[in-house]
Design a protein around this ligand. Structure first.
Ligand code: ADP
Ligand code: ADP
Ligand code: ZN
Length: 218
């Protein structure tokens, strides 16, 4: 089962990908997380990506396509993957299609997480994650069970993303509308687009996501 989650920054892609990873036995591939790891390690890709990410713009397609192709090729993806944050442009989607065709794989579903722009600033400004295991939280909507302790790994250090500020979010949202939204008709034409209303609470959205995955399996 190979899935793509599509939606604006803050829609809940990472949150739901983590849930599906557990319920469906798939591997979550988050290009945002991969790029942040590259920045932290100071690699060549990280040096290119850092200023672009800080401004909220998109990292060049060739960098992204190379990164994701190498990742999908690894054996842990054999059972299936959930792409979160890729593709983000039609050119990336076309490269992905080429690559999947070349390697005898296919996409089972592209799930659009539909939300109104108006809620995104609140979702993003309350977002934080465990510094050790990466589990995602929200100050108001998804706090840790015990204040200051990660539910998943017991870690006590948390971080906020430097690009989760209002100004950068506006740029990221504009990039989403201009460059990523055209993927909706692209995948609708392929007959694999499913749309989920992602305005509800996390558990309700998770149930809708499982339904969409189940329908794609059938
Ligand atoms: P994305 O990966 O699409 O940018 P995230 O999954 O990181 O979005 O979610 C953004 C923030 O909103 C996180 O802090 C997350 O805990 C919170 N969140 C995710 N889904 C919901 C939801 N359905 N309702 C309220 N808050 C949510
Ligand atoms: P969000 O979850 O808020 O949508 P991500 O963590 O997916 O944000 O991405 C953070 C940043 O990483 C983006 O603003 C962009 O600069 C870069 N990035 C991530 N994925 C891609 C991609 N597929 N193409 C280009 N840039 C990307
Ligand atoms: Zn943790």
């Amino acid at each position: 089962m190979n899935l793509i989650l599509l939606g604006p920054p803050g829609a809940g892609k990472g949150t739901q990908a983590q849930r599906l990873e557990e319920s469906e036995g798939l591997v979550q591939l988050s290009t945002g997380d991969m790029l942040r790891a590259a920045v932290a390690s100071g690699s060549e890709i990280g040096r290119i990506a850092k200023p672009i990410m800080e401004a909220g713009n998109l990292v060049p397609d060739d960098v992204m396509v190379t990164m994701i192709e190498q990742r999908i090729d690894r054996s842990d993806c054999a059972n299936g993957f959930i792409l979160d944050g890729f593709p983000r442009t039609v050119a990336q989607a076309e490269s992905l299609d080429d690559m999947l065709r070349r390697t005898g794989r296919r996409l089972d579903a592209v799930i659009e997480m539909a939300v109104d722009d108006g809620i995104l600033i609140e979702r993003i400004s309350g977002r934080f994650a465990c510094a050790d295991c990466g589990a995602g939280y929200h100050r108001r909507f998804r706090p840790t069970a015990v204040e200051g302790v990660c539910d998943r790994c017991g870690g006590t250090e948390f971080r906020q993303r430097p690009d989760d500020n209002e100004e950068t979010v506006k740029t990221r949202l504009a990039a989403y509308h201009a460059q990523t939204e055209p993927l909706l008709p692209y995948y609708r034409e392929q007959g694999i687009l499913r749309s989920v209303d992602a305005m509800a609470g996390i558990d309700d959205v998770a149930a809708r996501m499982r339904e969409a995955v189940g329908a794609a399996r059938a």
